[in-house]
Ligand binder design. Structure first.
Ligand SMILES: [Zn+2]
Length: 177
């Protein structure tokens, strides 16, 4: 990606508010830096978590997204990581917030590094989670939450979610939109 496009909107130092300069750092990588206080802006892939949960009838837990990106599309329960939670804690919290279900981590499905319409790149970590309790109910940021039979999966938002579903079920969902 063009570096000026990458750093579009990154104009001022978050420490001292001085205008930033886009120039080579000590490792010869081009980054916005503050000539006044030395602060450097590092752009990294944004970490996210996604949950693969199957019930005893082998139906897959999906949520219908209320907000962009992919508003109105079905996807795995998921979210961006909070700084003070581990990936596992994040996954369990997102599961509770979006679906009302409590879970136990079974294993890490893996990671998926992909494009983001907002952050350029996202590093998504998938977790297979077993149901421990709670009752299925769509949370505030979901229009709907449901267990869906694997032979009737709707189009699924996000390449990362389709990949995690494939890894855990052997079924490759079609892409939403
Ligand atoms: Zn500064």
């Amino acid at each position: 990606m063009d570096i000026f496009k990458r750093y579009n909107g990154v104009n001022y130092c978050t420490r001292c508010a001085n205008p930033l300069e886009i120039k080579a750092d000590r490792e010869n990588k081009i980054r916005p830096q503050c000539p006044a206080c030395g602060w450097t802006y590092y752009k990294n892939p944004v970490p996210a978590v996604a949950i693969v949960m199957l019930n005893s009838a082998s139906e897959l837990l999906l949520v219908k997204r209320k907000f962009e990106p992919a508003a109105g599309a079905w996807a795995l329960p998921s979210g961006y990581m909070e700084v003070d939670l581990s990936p596992e804690e994040n996954a369990l919290e997102e599961l509770m917030e979006e679906t009302g279900l409590l879970g136990d981590i079974r294993h890490c499905v893996g990671w998926f590094y992909g494009n983001s319409p907002i952050y350029e790149k996202v590093l998504s970590i998938g977790f297979r989670i077993d149901i421990r309790g709670g009752s299925l109910q769509a949370g505030d940021d979901a229009e709907d939450a449901a267990f869906v039979p694997l032979d009737a999966l709707p189009p699924i938002a996000f390449a990362s979610h389709r990949d995690f579903i494939f890894r855990e079920t052997g079924i490759r969902p079609i892409a939403a939109r």
